[in-house]
Design a binder for this molecule. Structure first.
Ligand SMILES: [Cu+2]
Length: 184
C-alpha cells in the first residue's frame, strides 16, 4: 500500500527498493542455494557466487585472522574491499613466498575475478584479512562480511555474506562433488 506523508512527497523509494530486492533474489537464487542459510543477498548484490566460505577461529589475545572462500563472478569484476563489524580493519591480502623463503603478506588494492572463473581465497594465498578484532572469534559462531566489488567501468556493488567460524577449511558445503579439491 502506498501513502503520502502530509505535505510530503510520495515514497517511490520504498517501492523501488522492494522491486530491486525481488530482482536480486531471482537472479541470485544460485548463490543463495549454494550458501544455504549462511548468507543472504543485499539489494544491490554483486553477481558473484560464493562457495566454501569460512573465517579461521581465534584464540584469546589474537587480534587478527583470515577469511577464505571461492568466488565466481558472473561478469568481470574486482574484489576491492570488505567491511565487517567484528574488525576495525579489513583488507584483501595476498600471501606468497618472499625473500629468504619467508612467507610474506601484503594488502592488495584489488583481486581480479574474471567472468565465470572460480578464484580461490585460501590459506597461503589470497585471503580476507580481519585485523584489530573487537572480539575473539569462536568456532561455531558466524561473522557477517560485506564484500565490495568493482566492474571495469568503476561501478561498485556489494555482497553481504555470513561466514561460519571454523578451525579448518569447510568440507562438503554444498559445492558440486566434481569440484572436490585434492590436497597435496
Ligand atoms: Cu593477511
Amino acid at each position: 500500500m502506498r501513502h503520502s506523508r502530509e505535505g510530503g512527497n510520495p515514497q517511490p523509494e520504498q517501492l523501488h527498493k522492494e522491486h530491486t530486492m525481488f530482482q536480486t533474489i531471482l537472479s541470485c537464487v544460485a548463490t543463495t542455494l549454494l550458501l544455504a542459510s549462511s548468507a543472504f543477498a543485499h539489494p544491490d548484490a554483486a553477481h558473484v557466487d560464493v562457495e566454501g566460505a569460512w573465517v579461521r577461529a581465534t584464540v584469546a589475545g589474537q587480534s587478527g585472522t583470515g577469511g577464505f572462500m571461492k568466488l565466481t563472478a558472473h561478469e568481470d569484476l574486482r574484489l576491492v574491499g570488505l567491511t565487517t563489524p567484528v574488525a576495525a580493519i579489513a583488507e584483501v591480502h595476498e600471501m606468497k613466498m618472499g625473500a629468504n623463503n619467508v612467507m610474506e603478506m601484503r594488502a592488495v588494492s584489488g583481486l581480479g575475478l574474471p567472468k565465470g572463473k572460480a578464484v580461490e581465497l585460501k590459506p597461503g594465498g589470497y585471503h580476507l584479512m580481519l585485523m584489530n578484532l573487537k572480539q575473539p572469534l569462536a568456532k561455531g559462531s558466524t561473522v557477517p562480511v560485506t564484500l565490495l566489488f568493482q566492474d571495469a567501468k568503476g561501478t561498485q556493488s556489494r555482497l553481504q555474506v555470513t561466514l561460519p567460524v571454523e578451525l579448518a577449511p569447510v568440507q562438503g558445503t554444498g559445492a558440486k562433488p566434481a569440484q572436490h579439491r585434492h590436497a597435496h
